[in-house]
Design a protein around this ligand. Structure first.
Ligand code: FUL
Length: 503
């Protein structure tokens, strides 16, 4: 065999090896605990999961018949004539979201009541039976056009539970659902996220539906291959609360149980994206070492934090004064984006079809505060020395998740000495791991030399895509980040020190 041929064989073996670790990996009966942890550290996000994670801030728009009945859940008997927004302006929604720093908008195209915001050909329970635009309107179309105009991604919430459909609870409903999904995925351009929730009650005939999830997922993969599927879906996991707060220790790699063994064995299934891990989403710990040892497989399944800017998901006039404050939203930001999750913040348009001024102003002020706080990395000109592989300090400050400071190959620890050109006052620490090669860090501490003495400033467990820590202001020149424990040699992609803006 020529050298060239050998090289190509080697190259393809490497390639298939790497591929096997994207998304899902199988645990073999003979795997030791060390091997399992090493495997966990090697599971990587798919390209679409990574692109989704980098959005950081996304919006939910709950809008529909409930907006007009002042309810959170409709029962499917609502008269479509009730849907009559007087000033609906999708561009106003998009502009408000843009000003709030949002990168995607997910619209409730159909909630549990079955009322469709687009003129579906498969039901009359939609905007076409409403007085709005004499039945000629299409909210999804208007939003899609506005999203395109202002360059923001569009996502779709389509409730599998449909309390209006006559065929709900029969096999025919799955066909009906696929038809509606197909309309949404073929008529409105690129869809970046499809959001399915878990609510599964009874339909008009008192029957519950057995959803054909595999068929739903395959349809999405075929029609919108770049869309992630959340949260009853294979790509994105529900964080487990609707409060805006994620876990301090948030692993993007989680175990799969023996029930899914068949699915995992067919690893190609995950490449096709139809494997959904079954987990107790609300458990306090779902990804620690202890959780992984008895698993049959490991899967990249990052968390999304959904919360509303108001108490309800839909607009209610009596909640006009209950819009969350900028301070509260900042707290949510640190507890979601700052804890290895994507934030999905709900902003409900009112009965006019507009987002209220109070919500718009809050979003704008909140985004301003985030931008101002993270505008200048006070460490960006620091001199960095490490116990790891020598590198250029730039990799830590280039806002690129793909470049990182690497620990030596066999070490699970890394110390980075970060010395600023002169003493600065800071109260925020930003850390990012190179998750393109997996999530590894299990424990870290951050210290600074204050008045000639090293002091512990903050410490934590997981980093993942992004970790933000808050502490009282510290003035220091010499600082030190130590990765104390990791599943495999740690790789720090970004390091930042900031002073929080007050307004
Ligand atoms: C839940 C639904 O029941 C709520 O009405 C809301 O849409 C929330 C985001 O998901 O499952």
């Amino acid at each position: 065999m020529t050298h060239k041929l050998l090289f190509f064989i080697f190259f393809f073996i490497c390639l298939s090896h790497i591929k096997a670790q994207v998304g899902v990996t199988k645990i073999l009966p003979e795997d030791s605990r060390e091997t399992i942890i090493e495997k966990a550290a090697m599971v990587r996000p798919s390209a679409k999961q990574l692109a989704w994670q980098e959005l950081e801030l996304t919006t939910f728009l709950h809008f529909g018949i409930n907006t007009f009945t002042d309810r959170e859940w409709g029962d499917g008997t609502e008269d479509p004539a009730l849907f009559n927004p007087t000033e609906l302006d999708a561009e106003q929604w998009v502009k408000a979201c843009k000003e709030g720093g949002m990168k995607m908008i997910i619209l409730t195209a159909k909630h549990h009541d079955g009322f469709c915001l687009w003129p579906s050909a498969f039901t009359n329970h939609s905007v076409k039976s409403s007085p709005w635009k004499d039945g000629n309107g299409d909210v999804v179309k208007e939003l899609a056009a506005a999203c395109k105009k202002y360059d923001i991604k569009l996502g779709i919430y389509l409730s599998p539970w449909d309390r209006n459909s006559k065929v709900y609870g029969t096999q025919a409903y799955n066909d009906f659902f696929i038809n509606q999904l197909t309309e949404l995925l073929t008529q409105y351009g690129d869809i970046a996220e499809v959001w399915f929730d878990g609510a599964n009650g009874e339909g008009p005939n008192g029957k519950k539906q057995e959803y054909d999830w595999q068929r739903y997922y395959s349809t999405i993969r075929k029609l919108q291959p770049n869309a992630v599927i959340a949260v009853i879906g294979p790509d994105v996991r529900w964080v487990g609360t609707e409060s805006g707060y994620g876990r301090d220790t948030e692993w993007s790699v989680v175990p799969t149980s023996s029930q899914e063994e068949d699915a995992i064995a067919a690893a190609s299934q995950q490449a096709a994206g139809t494997f959904r891990p079954v987990l107790d989403f609300m458990a306090a710990d779902i990804g620690s070492r202890e959780q992984l040892y008895d698993a049959s497989g490991l899967v990249w399944y990052p968390s999304e934090v959904d919360v509303s800017i108001r108490p309800g998901w839909f607009y209610h006039k009596n909640q006009d004064k209950a819009v969350k404050s900028v301070d509260k939203l900042m707290d949510i930001y640190y507890s979601s984006v700052g804890k290895n999750s994507v934030l999905l913040l709900n902003i409900p348009p009112d009965t006019r079809g507009l987002i209220q001024d109070r919500d718009v102003a809050t979003l704008k002020a909140w985004n301003h505060r985030i931008k101002k706080t993270f505008e200048h990395n006070l460490a960006s000109k620091a001199i960095v020395k490490s116990t790891g592989i020598p590198s250029n300090a730039k990799v830590l400050f280039d806002k690129n998740i793909k470049t990182a400071w690497l620990a030596t190959e066999n070490s699970t620890q890394l110390e980075l000495s970060i010395v600023l050109p002169k003493a600065k006052t800071f109260d925020r620490l930003l850390l990012q791991e190179q998750i393109t090669t997996g999530q590894r860090v299990e424990r870290f501490k951050f210290e600074a030399e204050v008045n000639g003495k090293w002091m512990l400033i903050c410490e934590g467990t997981t980093i993942g895509y992004k970790r933000l820590l808050r502490f009282d202001p510290v003035k220091a020149k010499k600082t030190r980040l130590t990765i104390l424990e990791a599943r495999k040699s740690p790789r720090i992609a970004e390091f930042g020190l900031y002073k929080a803006a007050v307004e």
